[in-house]
Design a protein around this ligand. Structure first.
Ligand SMILES: *Cc1c(COP(=O)(O)O)cnc(C)c1O
Length: 352
């Protein structure tokens, strides 16, 4: 008689992978991607790199690390490259937490946090967002225990788009115990225009317990290639490199990231068009009677509560794919003017 295969019992609590519904002819505003494909210079670099795919990638992503060090004016020893910043989130849990130690984050926030925490055998402590859908930093401080090892602050927050300001973040960091690592997840940094929202790198230089996460998936348009990075204290970076899945950042991704930094101005110009559209979309939604928190990212949040799923289905009937978080709200990516208009038309027709 053969014994059953029993994966870890606690994994039963994690959702199994369900392939996303693909709707022919629909526009996809569900994943916060930018609408444009790679720039010609980036596509060229990728096709050159294709010639080397019989070789393993550079395990240390040395050229990209050096390029980023130059770009960000930080030593290479403070930069860890990862297979998307989602992978770095998981590495951070693995690098910081013994089994049962605590990872603290706001909720609702990035859907990867609970997953990487559980996969890493750590315990999630979720602190509700405040009434304006923003991080409640005071409540987060109060939730710190002797077991807390890691705090994610997603700024701007996915999926609500709200952000915490320099002064409140600085006093939060002053109050967090020095042996607790605060990770500022800045996946949407390039869409921030409000100067009171700090660049997390301001804090990394003189605070060993702060790290910043950035990605090439959003503003830089490389979601399909999987590359992001962390900037933090040398000891944190060394630990991140230890738990890195060998060779997981592939050659095409490393090359494309370097080429994208070379085309930074052009790519950031694209972002500024999305920022303009963001204002237009939000205003139109408010005029149509929706509540829409102020957003600093490339998406808007509609806190529709129990009407969330109905809204998403209504949009899908009109061939617009949005991202529902059942019972809570809908996140919609800001795209080109045409696609945004299709979404707005669908939203205005929603029976409330
Ligand atoms: C999209 C996103 C990321 C980036 O993920 P990648 O793995 O780099 O594609 C990280 N954090 C947040 C909050 C995001 O929304």
């Amino acid at each position: 008689m053969s014994a059953p295969i029993n994966p870890r019992a606690d994994l039963a609590a994690l959702p199994a992978y369900v392939p996303g519904r693909s709707v022919p002819g629909a526009i996809k505003l569900a994943s916060n991607e930018v609408p444009g494909g790679p720039l010609p210079s980036v596509a060229d670099a990728i096709s050159h790199a294709l010639q080397e795919v019989n070789r393993y990638p550079d395990m240390g992503s040395q050229a990209l690390t050096a390029r980023l060090a130059d770009e960000l004016k930080v030593p290479e020893s403070r930069i860890a490259i990862g297979c998307g910043s989602v992978s770095l989130c998981q590495q951070l849990v693995q690098a910081m937490c013994a089994p049962g130690e605590e990872v603290l984050y706001a909720w609702r926030s990035f859907e990867a946090y609970p997953i990487v925490t559980q996969v890493g055998n750590a315990t999630s402590i979720k602190v509700p967002l405040d009434g304006t859908h923003t991080h409640d930093l005071a409540a987060m401080l109060a939730a710190i225990t002797p077991k807390t090892r890691l705090i994610f602050v997603c700024n701007p927050n996915n999926p609500t788009g709200t952000a915490v300001r320099r002064r409140e973040l600085a006093s939060f960091l002053d109050a967090v115990p020095s042996d607790v690592l605060v990770v500022l997840d800045e996946a949407y940094r390039e869409f921030v225009t409000d100067e009171e929202i700090p660049d997390g790198l301001e804090f990394v230089a003189d605070r060993p317990n702060v790290a910043v996460l950035r990605t090439f998936s959003k503003a830089y348009g490389l979601a399909g290639l999987r590359v992001g990075y962390a900037v933090g204290h040398e000891d944190v970076v060394t630990a991140l490199r230890k738990v890195y899945v060998a060779f997981s950042v592939n050659t095409l991704a490393q090359t494309a990231a370097i080429a994208s930094l070379g085309a930074k101005d052009e790519l950031l110009t694209r972002c500024s068009r999305i920022v303009e559209e963001r204002g237009r979309v939000r205003t139109a939604l408010i005029e149509a009677g929706f509540e829409v928190p102020e957003t600093h990212a490339n998406f808007v949040w509609l806190p529709l509560g129990e009407r969330t799923v109905a809204f998403a289905e209504h949009a899908l009937d009109r061939k617009v794919v949005v991202r529902p978080f059942a019972g809570d709200g809908v996140r919609v990516t800001v795209s080109t003017p045409d696609e945004n208009d299709l979404f707005l038309e669908a939203a205005r027709a929603f029976e409330r």
